[in-house]
Structure formats: structure tokens, C-alpha cells
Ligand binder design. Sequence first.
Ligand code: NDP
Ligand code: GDR
Length: 357
Amino acid sequence: MSDASKKTALITGVTGQDGAYLSHLLLEKGYEVHGIKRRSSSFNTGRIEDIYQDPHVDNQNFVLHYGDLTDSTNLIRIVQETRPDEIYNLAAQSHVAVSFETPEYTANADAIGTLRLLEAIRIAGLEKTTRFYQASTSELYGLVQEVPQRETTPFYPRSPYAAAKLYAYWITVNYREAYGMHASNGILFNHESPLRGETFVTRKITRAAAAIALGRQEKLFLGNLDAKRDWGHAREYVRGMWMMVQQDEPDDYVLATGVTTEVREFVRWAFEDAGIPLEFRGEGIDEKGYSTEDGRCLVEVDPRYFRPTEVELLLGDPTKAQEQLGWKHETSPRDLAREMVQADMEVMKAEPIAGFD
Ligand code: NDP
Ligand code: GDR
């Protein structure tokens, strides 16, 4: 039975990187947390194993529901049953490169999925009481219009993912204005952690650096090394999400570090942390990627990872979040790389894992 004095939150995408950190944060704050997870043929709850609760115990405060953002009736039922004080919409097909391969599905889950959830709130009659957070993204800025990017910078999406998230951003603003909902967009710049999905570039690099250092992998293949990203720590960014939802008035905020780094530089840091200093050798046909002093090429550019349209430079200006929410990042990109490499070294030593695409 649920305790009426406790706040209740519903998190979509609870099994993802941010879902795991946000669940931890809300449980620490005394919330009853409900999460929507997808049915999968293999376990997809690895990131939330430590907070999983047996459904047979009394006073359960972390409850998982099967669901999917492409299934309206499922969302309506879960919102009606849980009647949450706060909903965090973190679920998405979140991989930009994959969105070029699955554009229709990405639009269905990321754009229309957001609409389905907002409608579920209205159908349950909760539009004046339930607060809503939408996981918007710096990918909305796409082709550079202004640097650094802030809340007023024009959007120019460069992928099916970003175009879907553009719809989600504006439908969230529209429901706020049309129905007076407490609905906010967090325009979050890239945030990473040891829980980051293995095919995003930082984690792909830190896992490979650890695997190469331990003699379990020979080489790392990457795409565009020139891209620049503003990388922060996911644990700090989910705190910013929660802060937005606690404000008296809903609004849209950028969360970023204000520091940008080339993918190339992140590679150098990660291999340095793994104990393998590398020299960059250029990206020509014969001299691609990075090598060790003795000439072993450990990192090679593979055009298969280039995107049809790329976002070259992201650098955020988090002044509004700093001034209005009192939010500030703590971890530098350099320290983030170190933490991720250390964590991957430990994971690899504990158990060998295959697959580094
Ligand atoms: P992840 O890819 O780690 O997690 C995505 C989550 O969404 C997973 O739980 C996944 O389930 C779930 N999911 C995917 N499709 C569906 C669907 N159709 N129905 C229900 N659930 C689904 O992403 P992050 O945690 O990194 O990001 C969280 C959100 O923030 C995403 O919306 C992302 O687009 C956005 N974002 C992320 C940024 C970042 O740098 N991390 C920056 C800005 C925005 P499963 O585990 O089964 O795959
Ligand atoms: P991004 O993250 O597209 O910014 O989206 P990702 O880590 O995938 O790419 C960052 C940059 O690195 C370049 N890159 C590679 N990327 C991948 N994945 N694999 C490679 O081998 C590789 N080589 C170079 C990319 O071209 C890109 O420029 C992330 C996701 O979390 C989104 O959901 C989120 O909205 C944005 O961050 C903000």
C-alpha cells in the first residue's frame, strides 16, 4: 500500500543511464518511484539491479511496470494507476547514428511517444497536478547557429533523432501553454558515466582503452574524431532535472559544463589513463588514427561510423540553470574520462565481455 505523504514519481527509460541515476536520487529523497521498462528477451535491468525490490515485500518504494512509449493504452493505464506527482520522460531511441537506420521508429518513440504520455496525463485528469519533465537535447542545436548555445539559440536538427526530439520539445511547450501544465524541457548537453551505453563514443573509447590495456582487444575503430562535445557527468545532470521540476513555474533550461573537447582528445586521455600513451598520426589513407611510440596503430578511423549529417560543435552556456536553479556541474571532462576508464578496467578484470562495435 502506498503512503500518501510520500511523493510519487514515474520514470520512463528507467533502465537507461539517466533512469538509473535519477531513480537513485529520488529514492534517496524519499520518493516512491515507478519505472517503465520494456519487455526484452534478455535482462535489461543491469543498471538498476542494486535498487531492485522484490514485488512480494511490503512497502515497496521502487516498482517496475512493463511498458513502451509506442503503446498509448499501456501509458494511459500506468499513469491512471500510479497517479504520479512527477513524470520524467527519459525513454527514447537515444542513439543519433541508429536514428538514420530506424528513422520511423525513432519518430514514433521519441516524438509521438512524448505526445502519448502528455495525453495520458490529460486523460487521467492530472494536467493541473502532475509535473512533467521532458528529456530534450543539445542535438536540437545541430548545425551551428551560435556558440555557446543557450536557451534562445535557434534549433537546426541534423538527424532523425534530433528532428523527433524537436517535436517533443515543442509539444511539451505547447501543453504547458495550452493546458497550464507544469511541463519543462531540460536541454541537456552530452552526459556520460560508467553506466553510459557501450556504443556512445566516450564509453566505446574507455571500454576499448581498458580492453587493449588488458590485452583483450587489438584495435579501436572510430568515426569522426574532429567532433566537439560538451561532456558532463550524468549523476550531476539528473539532479538538474529534479531541480527544474521543483520550481514554482515550469521553464526550459540548458544543462552543460561550458567546456568543449574534441573526440580526438578524449581518446588521448582515455588511453593515457589506461597506461598507453598515444601519438596522433593524422587521418590520411595510410596514416589513420593513433599509434603507440613503436608504431602500433591502436585507433583507426573507419568511415562506417561517419554520419550522413554531423553535429560538429556543441558548447553549452548553463548560466540560466546556474542563476535560477542554483545548478552547476562539478566533474570536468578530464576527470570524467579517468573515472570511466577506471570503472571499465575493474569491470573487464572481473569478467571478460565480448563485442565492441
Ligand atoms: P539510454 O539510451 O541509456 O536510455 C534510454 C532508455 O529508454 C532505456 O531505458 C530504454 O530501454 C528506453 N527506451 C527506448 N525506447 C523505448 C520505448 N519505445 N519505450 C519505452 N522505453 C524505451 O539514454 P540516456 O539515459 O543516456 O538518456 C535519457 C534521455 O535523455 C533520452 O531520452 C535521451 O535521448 C536524452 N538525452 C540524453 C543525453 C545524454 O547525453 N545521455 C543528452 C540529452 C538528452 P532499454 O534499456 O530496454 O533499451
Ligand atoms: P551524440 O553522442 O551523437 O552526441 O548523442 P555519441 O557519443 O554517439 O557521438 C558523439 C560524437 O562522437 C562522434 N564519433 C562517434 N560516435 C559513436 N557513437 N561511435 C563512434 O565510433 C564515433 N566516432 C566518432 C560522433 O560522430 C559524434 O560527433 C548523445 C546521445 O546521448 C543523445 O541521445 C543525446 O541527445 C546527445 O548525446 C546530447
